[in-house]
Design a protein around this ligand. Structure first.
Ligand SMILES: Nc1nc2c(ncn2[C@@H]2O[C@H](COP(=O)(O)OP(=O)(O)OP(=O)(O)O)[C@@H](O)[C@H]2O)c(=O)[nH]1
Ligand SMILES: [Mg+2]
Length: 271
């Protein structure tokens, strides 16, 4: 399985982000706690040297032990990091405090831009900080729109969040990003992705899969799940694509347990 990266849009996205960065005092870098390293964009550092606060979203779906390790790792490297669960609003108060302290010397509300790769929770973060459903925050790269400042109570947020392209890395990084939904499903072989995920989970987080689907043999786990879930084609054969969709959906909403796909900082390079 080879995952295709977004071509084309990147130059445009980069230019849009660069333009917007000129207008702000700093950045809220949004990262998915299930892929804390893989969902960072290394080129963000090249785009701006302005102060940033990292926001680790979806902590409810991630392994709490791993989240703690990553937070401590980044803090030890001088980063400001705030883990949050945006569904519950957990950690948002602490994030506000961190922003206030980081930009205290400005003596006015900091102007911030929310950046991150697709689906990490940029819109959800803006909504949580502004306490409203800010319209149209899910802009995609290349869409030209007017910019607007939103009040986040103690900060001003630019309403056209920068959608960074994912990290160009190895296929392992690509698979992890695909598993959490940061890469559009249309460009993937879902059955191959789900099979990989099942075998990875069996090695690293076996309990969630066992609880949800029962004991499974590898290879053939995906077919077996399809059979058990009644994902069948008209002839009675298992529909592996439907089975894959079940597995990926369950994983993405946490039904296979709290999982972090990037292992501890000591085992992952480049973050
Ligand atoms: N469980 C959980 N889900 C979250 C959290 N934050 C965001 N989500 C969900 O993640 C999905 C993506 O959130 P968005 O805010 O749309 O992400 P985005 O970064 O704006 O995505 P794009 O605009 O597509 O780049 C939505 O289904 C959110 O409900 C969180 O902390 N926990
Ligand atoms: Mg969005």
């Amino acid at each position: 399985m080879t995952i295709q990266w977004y071509p084309g849009h990147m130059t445009k996205a980069k230019r849009m982000i660069e333009d917007s960065l000129k207008l702000v005092d700093g950045v809220l870098e949004v990262v998915d706690a299930r892929v804390p390293c893989s969902s960072r964009n290394p080129e963000l550092l090249e785009l701006t040297a302005k102060p940033r606060v990292m926001v680790l979203t979806k902590t409810d779906l991630a392994d709490p032990k791993r989240t703690q390790e990553w937070v401590e790792y980044w803090q030890s490297r001088g980063e400001k990091v705030a883990p949050v669960n945006l569904l519950q609003g957990t950690g948002v108060g602490k994030l506000r405090g961190l922003v206030r302290r980081t930009f205290a010397s400005l003596r006015r509300e900091p102007r911030l831009m929310v950046v991150g790769i697709p689906n990490v929770g940029k819109s959800a973060l803006i909504n949580a900080l502004t306490r409203k459903r800010a319209a149209q925050v899910g802009a995609r790269p290349g869409v030209t729109r007017g910019k607007q400042w939103l009040s986040g109570e103690g900060m001003l947020l630019l309403d056209s969040p920068g959608v960074l392209w994912p990290k160009f890395g190895d296929q392992e990084t690509a698979r992890r990003l695909a598993a959490v939904g940061a890469i559009r499903d249309e460009v993937l072989d879902q059955a191959a992705l789900a099979s990989w995920l099942l075998s990875w989970l069996r090695e690293h987080y076996p309990q969630g899969v066992l609880d949800r689907f029962g004991a499974l043999e590898l290879p053939g786990a995906l077919e077996e799940i399809g059979r058990r879930r009644g994902c069948l084609l008209p002839g009675g054969e298992v529909d592996v694509h439907q089975a894959a969709a079940v597995v990926l959906k369950d994983f993405r909403i946490g039904k296979l347990g709290a999982v972090t796909l990037d292992l501890s900082p000591s085992e992952v390079q480049g973050c």
